[in-house]
Ligand binder design. Sequence first.
Ligand SMILES: [Zn+2]
Length: 409
Amino acid sequence: MTFVTNLECIECGETFEKEGIHYLCAKCGGNLEVIYDYAAAGEEWHRYEVKKGNELSIWRYAPLLPVEPISFGGLNVGWTPMIESERLKELLGMPYLSLKDDTQNPTASLKDRATAIALARSIENKADVITCASTGNAASSLSGLGASIGAKVKIFVPETAPKAKVAQMLLYGADVFKVKGSYDDAFDLCIKATEKFGWYNRSSGFNPYLSEGKKTVAYEICEQLMWNPPDAIVVPVGDGCIISGVHKGLKDLIEIGVISEMPRLIAVQADGANSIVKAFESGNEIGTASGKTIADGIAVSKPRDGVKALRAVKETNGYALSVSDEEILEAVRTLTKTSGVFVEPSAAATLAGLIKSLGINVLSKGDRVVLLLTGHGLKAPEAAIGDLKATIIEPDISNVEKVLEGEYA
Ligand SMILES: [Zn+2]
């Protein structure tokens, strides 16, 4: 059983029944949040002894999830490792830095956490088809986990979505619409298709259940640090759905008394897709940005979960900052070659953001910091490789010798 009581609009407070399908607030268009009976959920959590559970996936946190667990044919969603890279710690002079490696999910991104919940909801609602708009990772996730249970998946991505992510979607068997336009155009078209054809929609910042999956990464970070939460978690931000999910997870744990301190949430955007940062700095409402950046996973002009994301930053005494494409590229290389974790540009933005945060005294080197690594490097290698080149030689050992001696031209 679940302990969900209802859904609530974060803008106007209107409440909605937990039964049926709800997306945005029918009264004001705001984002909805899933509300639990925390007293009952907390009691079940402690009885269930989540700390000792042998379910090494997101389902170990069943008391605070809004759906009954379902199986993805042996694909394991969540319970990804925390990496302690001594080389990266040493390079940065940060003895308490950890990497939450969510590239190790079944389709190689954090989005699998949200997809798992969305697929379970689509089954509960007897939906024939499930759809989503995505910059790439959410769609490859929906296609992959969908394939494991035989779901019919329809995808809307911008025409520029990275080849590797589109290859995942097609090979997993989804129907893929490449939209001639931006992610925002793909998003709007996906909503129109949902309304016209009655499909179930798993789009970020639209479906309130996605945060309920993404929040499990916050549970894991706390559990893997022996329920001693870090001082700060650095999160890449596009739509804002991941950081709001992390915030929800931390609030849940405080609500049921599992942790007492709220970590600071540091939102990192790309300079070309910095709507939330601009709103954080100016105090104005969230506007739009060009959305242009090499970090395709956070290339969002109009953040659909921006209000929740800003709230996550403000309520945790956090910070929002943006980094340039050059800083992101440098971070991909640094992170990958010091830790051995191969990340895509949007995930590496966290390291660029951390370095910038240290420079402006938002964080200190002695802080206990977790970088949330959201997507695998094999998903978007073209952008990250830049001008790095291998040495091309004739197949002769003398040529290898010449290269080693610096004589090969
Ligand atoms: Zn409302």
